[in-house]
Structure formats: structure tokens, C-alpha cells
Design a protein. Structure first.
Length: 433
């Protein structure tokens, strides 16, 4: 029988806390970006190296977590039920995000008065992104879920492909029954080893945060903020409004305080902001949500799926950026066209899994699909795309954390007593009586 043991929280020096180290590293990076932009821009390899180190672990973590969770669930009907509930939740929140994004950009009007002539825009810088728009769409998205080879999905670290393989393998192990137990135990041990490697790699998080934020401020910061500050400020405000208006009520329905949840994943949010990548904290999010009281099988399905289907911040970005470009280029874009845009974004926002520079590529694809706004105008936001990513990535991350808790509660796979204790700051450990 498994019980919970309340352990006394061990105090340690404040400077040993990861979030403090990350904050200090970010402050140093920002200072370097302002003082010496050229040197700061050369710090990019530090951030990229940290992201690569984490990405190499994502595929095995998803595989081990999902396969182990399904094998122990031993109920294929329940796996399907959890997946359907997650997709329903994702679609609702995606629609809410798109509506909030459209309302905010129409009220704030960040592009009005810029009077940009589309013919004068140099489209050469965005050509590599425009070329990738053929890979965005519902059919290419579905085809991309199935890997070319079993090993290829892991080599490319394609989250959806690894998830597909993991679910199939999990079902196969369930059908094998007791004969599969030795392999399930090996997978469990493998998962523990991978998470131990994650703990080692996370020691480099402050270095990665320093490199990422120094590069951003040094290369894009001051000039970009001066020219497009209204769009940036409006977008950051829109993300905050979405968190309060949309995620807040969902958190309350789940019986938790959103502020306490933010405090619980504060380190992950900071790393996400500094590196402009939510993948860097995917392994830690899986661990933290399981520690919070969500069943392993639910976490293993919802989190990886959410990284492709539940991109709330990306949806806010797409809605805001599209209408902003219409305003900046004086392109007529009435209410009926914006409703059509919403329907297009419901599809294109899901279609960029595995595409490099996903949000920017989807933006270009969306402009192509509307046919009204010049595709070349995406060059206007290229310079501040990374700065906008520092708001959309943590919004995506927080949205997926709330989604996992919501689906777990919906599925009655949430230990609410444990969740409340953990969010209140108690340290809980599982003990076998």
C-alpha cells in the first residue's frame, strides 16, 4: 500500500536555488546585451548548446513515460478516452486564445499609422520561412505523425512521431500481458536513468539562460523595441490577459490557485523565457506534474500532445501578428475576414509540428491562406519574433500545465490532496507501507 509521508522542508542557501541562478544569469546577459551588443550576440552558442542537450533527451523520455504509463494502465479504452478529452480541451482553449488575440489587436491597433508600402519591403530575409509553408496544413500534419522509420522518429526528435510509436508500443505491451513485465521494468529503469541525466544537464541551465538572453538583447533588443514597441507591449499584455481570463478560471475549477501553480513551475518558466524554447523544460514538467499528483499515464499523453496541439501563446501570436500586418500595410481586413482568419488558424496552428521556426512559418502560411495580406509583410515582425517568443513560449508552457491538471481531474486521475499540499509548499514523498 502506498502512502504519503510529509517531509520537513530542508532549507538551503538562497543562491543555490536554480531560479535564483537563472535570474542572475539573465540579468548579466541583459546587461551585456546593452553594454556590448556585438559580444552578447556571440553568446548564442551557449543557449543553443543547452537547448540541444535537453532536446537529445526528449524522445527517450516521452517513449519511456508513455509506454510505462499505458502498460500500467492496462486499459486501451481509457487511453483513448484520455486522448479525446485532451483534444476537446485543446480545441476549446485554442479557440479562446484566438478570440482574445483578435479582440486585443483590434482594440490596441498597434499597426495603425505605420503606413508601410508592401512593395518596399525586402522579402529576402523571410524567403526560407515562406518556402516551408508547403509543409503546413492539415493533411501534411497528419502524414507527418507517421515516421518514415521507427528509429527516424527518435533521430529527428519529432515529438508527435515519438508519441505515435510510444502509444502503439504501449498497446502491444498491454496485449502481451504478464510476458511483457520484464521489458516494462527495464523501460522503467531506463526512464529513471534519463531523468537522472536531465538533472545533470540542468546544472547548465543558468549558462544556457545567460547565452539565450544575451543573444536576444544584443542582436534584436534595443532597435527592435524602439520601432515595434507598441506591438510588443500589446502582445505581452494580451498574454497576461489570456492567463488571467482563460487559464485562471480553469485553475479555479480544478481547485487550485493559478498563482501557486506559477510559483511551483517558476524555474521552468524562467528557463523557457531565457531560451525562448519550451522543449528545454519538457522533461522537468513531466516530473513536476507527476509529483503534483497527476497520474503518470495522463501526464505522458497530455504533455507531449499539448506541445503540438495546445499552443495558446502561439495562437495569440498568430492572431495578433496577422491583424497587425494588415493594419501596418493598410490592408482592408473586416470582421468577416477576421472570422475566416480564426477558422484558418484553428487548422494552421496545429500544422507546424516538426517545422523549424514553427510560429513564424505558420504566420507566413496563414497570410498565404487568407490571400488578402501580402506574405512579404512578415518581414516586419522578423526582427522582434524572438522577443515575442519570450512571451508566447511561457504562455504555451503554463497552458499545458493547466491542461494536464484539468484532464487529470476530468479523468479522476488527480490526487487533489497531494496537489494542494505540494502547492502549499509541503515536500511530499511516496512511501510503501
Amino acid at each position: 500500500m502506498t502512502t504519503l509521508v510529509i517531509e520537513k522542508r530542508r532549507t538551503r542557501a538562497w543562491w543555490k536555488e536554480l531560479w535564483v541562478q537563472v535570474l542572475i544569469a539573465m540579468a548579466i546577459g541583459i546587461a551585456l546585451g546593452i553594454a556590448d551588443p556585438e559580444l552578447a550576440a556571440r553568446m548564442q552558442p551557449l543557449g543553443d548548446a543547452f537547448i540541444k542537450a535537453i532536446r537529445m533527451l526528449i524522445a527517450p523520455i516521452i517513449f519511456c513515460t508513455v509506454v510505462h504509463g499505458i502498460a500500467h494502465m492496462a486499459d486501451m479504452a481509457r487511453v483513448g478516452r484520455v486522448a479525446i478529452k485532451a483534444i476537446v480541451y485543446f480545441e476549446i482553449m485554442t479557440t479562446v486564445a484566438l478570440v482574445i488575440g483578435l479582440i486585443a489587436v483590434n482594440l490596441l491597433k498597434p499597426g495603425v499609422g505605420m503606413n508601410i508600402d508592401p512593395a518596399a519591403i525586402n522579402a529576402g530575409a523571410v524567403e526560407p520561412y515562406v518556402k516551408q509553408t508547403a509543409a503546413v496544413g492539415f493533411v501534411p500534419f497528419l502524414m507527418n505523425i507517421i515516421p518514415g522509420t521507427f528509429v527516424g522518429a527518435f533521430a529527428e526528435a519529432n515529438i508527435l512521431q515519438v508519441l505515435f510509436i510510444s502509444v502503439v508500443c504501449g498497446f502491444a505491451l498491454v496485449q502481451l500481458g504478464d510476458r511483457a513485465k520484464p521489458l516494462v521494468d527495464i523501460i522503467d529503469i531506463g526512464a529513471k536513468m534519463i531523468f537522472a541525466v536531465v538533472a545533470i544537464v540542468m546544472w547548465a541551465a543558468p549558462i544556457g539562460a545567460f547565452g539565450g538572453i544575451a543573444f536576444t538583447v544584443g542582436k534584436f533588443g534595443v532597435g527592435s523595441l524602439a520601432s515595434l514597441g507598441k506591438l510588443l507591449a500589446g502582445f505581452y499584455l494580451t498574454c497576461v490577459i489570456f492567463v488571467i481570463v482563460a487559464l485562471g478560471p480553469v485553475a479555479r475549477l480544478c481547485g487550485i490557485s493559478l498563482m501557486k501553480l506559477i510559483r511551483y513551475i517558476w524555474e521552468e518558466l524562467l528557463i523557457c523565457i531565457a531560451t525562448t524554447s519550451s522543449e528545454t523544460v519538457l522533461p522537468r514538467m513531466i516530473t513536476k506534474l507527476e509529483d503534483l499528483g497527476c497520474e503518470e499515464s495522463v501526464v505522458g499523453l497530455v504533455i507531449p500532445t499539448g506541445y503540438s496541439f495546445n499552443l495558446d501563446g502561439t495562437c495569440l501570436y498568430l492572431a495578433a501578428a496577422t491583424v497587425f500586418l494588415a493594419q501596418a500595410t493598410n490592408t482592408p481586413f473586416d470582421l468577416s475576414q477576421q472570422v475566416g482568419l480564426l477558422l484558418i488558424l484553428l487548422v494552421t496552428s496545429k500544422g507546424a509540428a516538426g517545422v523549424a521556426g514553427a510560429a513564424f512559418v505558420v504566420l507566413a502560411a496563414t497570410l498565404s491562406a487568407t490571400g488578402a495580406i501580402p506574405v512579404a509583410s512578415v518581414a516586419l515582425v522578423l526582427g522582434i519574433h524572438r522577443l515575442m517568443s519570450q512571451a508566447l513560449r511561457p504562455t504555451n508552457l503554463l497552458g499545458n500545465a493547466v491542461a494536464t491538471i484539468a484532464v487529470a481531474k476530468w479523468e479522476r486521475a488527480l490526487d487533489e490532496d497531494r496537489m494542494k499540499r505540494v502547492l502549499n509548499g509541503e515536500t511530499l514523498a511516496a512511501a510503501v507501507a
